[in-house]
Write a protein of this length. Structure first.
Length: 188
């Protein structure tokens, strides 16, 4: 008679063997904390929310040692474990200085290369259905303009024996006004 032995269970997943960072002492230097009126704020891989991606969060009241301040004074580089270089940048207006000290001005890291999508082969029939063909046109040719003719005037007295035009206009205007006055007085 054979003895019964229960089947051995085999582990199907490997357990992580990484080392968690631990604090072994009190950090020296400047310590900053997120204001309590802000529930959470994003931290970035560089001193800009436009040029660098967000890499984590700081919670209300969370403290972090500060490495330095950006050249423009708007961002503070803090110790942030779990990311490359264990550092992140937080907007300076969102944190208060808990422990004061000297903060050097730091140069911003290079901006990351934007992610590039791989080229996807598109079906030419499908592409033709949604694209508008552009017909080739000839470029315009250059035709020089006609030469510029500048008008010139002379002070010749051609009409020396005639009545000046301004005097005629004034005379006819006076006669018209006089006729209007007589018509008005007659119609009363």
């Amino acid at each position: 008679m054979a003895l019964y032995s229960p089947p051995q269970s085999i582990a199907l997943a490997q357990q992580p063997t990484g080392i968690l960072p631990t604090v072994t002492g009190t950090p020296s230097g400047v310590i900053v904390a997120l204001y309590l009126d802000r529930a959470q704020e994003k931290v970035y891989s560089g001193p800009s929310s436009y040029n660098y991606p967000a890499i984590g969060l700081m919670l209300a009241g969370q403290e972090a040692p500060a490495y330095g301040i950006s050249e423009d004074g708007n961002w503070i580089k803090i110790y942030y474990p779990g990311v490359p270089d264990s550092s992140a940048w937080v907007y300076a207006a969102y944190v208060k200085v808990v422990k004061t000290g000297a903060m050097p001005a730091l140069i911003a890291p290079p901006t990351p290369t934007p992610a590039v999508k791989p080229f996807v082969d598109i079906n030419p029939t499908l592409m033709a259905a949604f694209s508008t063909p552009i017909a080739a046109t000839l470029l315009p040719t250059f035709t020089p303009p006609a030469p510029l003719v500048v008008a010139t005037f002379t002070d010749k007295q051609v009409n020396a024996n005639r009545i000046p035009m301004g005097l005629l206009i004034f005379g006819f205007g006076f006669l018209g006004a006089f006729g209007t006055l007589i018509s008005f007085l007659r119609g009363r």
